[in-house]
Ligand binder design. Sequence first.
Ligand SMILES: CC(C)(COP(=O)(O)OP(=O)(O)OC[C@H]1O[C@@H](n2cnc3c(N)ncnc32)[C@H](O)[C@@H]1OP(=O)(O)O)[C@@H](O)C(=O)NCCC(=O)NCCS
Length: 140
Amino acid sequence: MTTITIQPITAEDTLLLRHSVLWPDKPFDYVRLPDDEQGQHVGGFVEGKLVAVISLFVDKPTAVARFRKFATHPNFQNQGIGTQLLNQVIGQARQADTIELWCDARLTAGAFYERFGMQADGAVFYKGDIAYSRFMMKLC
Ligand SMILES: CC(C)(COP(=O)(O)OP(=O)(O)OC[C@H]1O[C@@H](n2cnc3c(N)ncnc32)[C@H](O)[C@@H]1OP(=O)(O)O)[C@@H](O)C(=O)NCCC(=O)NCCS
């Protein structure tokens, strides 16, 4: 069985996986976010190698949290790493006393998010030819 370690990482640490998994056809800087320095970035490690990333952004005034740029290296998908990362981020959002957690989800990942109690909340939209919808869950 794969031993997975979940731990905080820096925004810079996320970039290679964000780019290679999510947006390989875009310039590298496309995966940097303007508010990356305010984010809580979490990594999934297997044998010391970073194989999955996710980034949480908490908006204190509205008590709403959002996660972005969730990616597991293809060789390590379907092994439960994303589940651990998302559970970690849900826990961190709760600890920050947020009332809602949302993401812009690729529809290909919709069934995965529904398993966590997230629901599509809005119209389908496109970034390039990738279909998305906002998914959200209440935390209180
Ligand atoms: C979405 C993503 C981050 C999930 O990460 P992951 O590490 O593969 O997540 P998990 O392994 O926890 O779960 C993925 C699937 O494997 C299943 N699974 C979980 N643990 C498993 C295990 N030990 N053995 C086999 N399958 C398992 C889950 O039930 C889930 O099934 P589903 O696809 O039917 O929902 C990953 O698939 C990914 O990077 N996809 C490409 C980029 C992307 O779409 N990112 C999300 C943008 S919104």
